[in-house]
Design a protein around this ligand. Structure first.
Ligand code: ADP
Ligand code: MG
Length: 295
């Protein structure tokens, strides 16, 4: 099957083993047949327990690893195509968990310039892209700061600026919010949503935080190297017992409404955001008041 360019990410029957020397079971498959497509402009959350294969999958998208079998296409390019390796890495930009491991420059500006410089752009074009990228993440005031003195959240903003300065098609974040405090997490989520909505950048956000996952357009759940669930957040989080079996939480609002439904309360399934849950509870309570009055 030929990949279509409409899909920024397409994987066909992807398997990956770390080989005889690594892993808890030598030669066990870290990924065991992943076939999925992500369309340009989607905002996807990827969740799953520890060791379910999320990081391995992310590394395959960026050609840091190549599949043991099957094929990964990034914007229609086979990641095995050695001649287009740098194109794959530019299109599928990665942000990692630990912001300190991603800092290269002695100033924020220098750090953000590293990627575009490596693309072989003219210095003037590099400068323009760096300024623009820093503006987009709200860090232009810190252009001359030494990045290692910034907070974890700001370091991640600088990492994201470094990626968007390369004009990627897809931003892949591997637990990039995991080490941050709640305010910084929220800031990163807001930025991701803005880059997605306003600039059409595809986002693949790998996270442990189900509240963050609930903000995506689509949630993919991995388990034991396979895709266990894939759908809208309301669909995925309505499968509470399956998620619990896989050792995963569900968002608090979903948890509350699911328990109330279990007790026989008349609430719609798939409630995720607080406003919708409040409205549904109000309707339900108004209904029961009405029921009391008429009996
Ligand atoms: N560098 C490695 N060498 C050997 N095995 C690895 C390596 N990285 C991950 N694994 C194994 O691959 C499986 C998937 O891991 P990973 O992709 O890191 O999952 P996740 O990111 O979901 O926690 C796990 O069984 C893990 O132990
Ligand atoms: Mg991981």
């Amino acid at each position: 099957m030929v990949a279509t360019k409409k899909h920024i990410v397409e994987t066909q029957g992807v398997e990956f083993s770390y080989g005889a020397c690594g892993g808890p079971v030598p030669g066990a498959k870290a990924l065991d047949g992943i076939s999925l497509r992500i369309e340009k402009g989607e905002f996807v959350a990827l969740v799953g327990g520890n060791g379910s294969g999320k990081t391995t999958f992310a590394r395959l998208l960026n050609a840091l690893l190549l599949p043991t079998s099957g094929t990964v296409y990034i914007d229609g390019i086979d990641t095995k195509d050695k001649e287009r390796l740098w194109e794959v890495r530019r299109v599928a930009g990665m942000v990692f968990q630990n912001p300190d491991s991603q800092i290269i420059g002695t100033t924020v500006e220098e750090d953000v310039a590293f990627g575009p410089e490596n693309l072989g752009l003219e210095p003037e074009e590099t400068r323009r892209r760096v300024r623009e990228a820093l503006r987009r993440v709200g860090m232009e005031r810190h252009a001359d700061s030494p990045p290692h003195l910034l907070s974890g959240g700001r370091k991640q903003l600088v990492s994201i600026a470094g990626i968007i300065a390369m004009e990627p098609g897809c931003l892949i974040l591997d637990e990039a919010t995991a080490l941050l405090d709640p305010t910084a997490r929220e800031e990163i989520m807001e930025l991701l949503r803005r880059l997605n909505r306003e600039e059409g950048i595809t986002v693949l956000h790998i996270t442990h935080d189900m509240e963050e996952a609930a903000l995506a357009d689509r949630v993919i759940v991995m388990h034991a190297g396979r895709v266990a669930l894939d759908g809208k957040p309301s669909e995925v989080f309505s499968r509470a017992s399956l998620l619990r079996e896989m050792g995963l939480d569900i968002p608090q609002v979903a948890e509350l409404s699911e328990r109330l439904r279990g007790e026989g309360f008349d609430l719609p399934s798939g409630l995720l955001d607080t406003d919708a849950a409040v409205a549904a509870l109000e309707r339900m309570l108004a209904g029961s008041r009405h029921a009391v009055h008429t009996t």
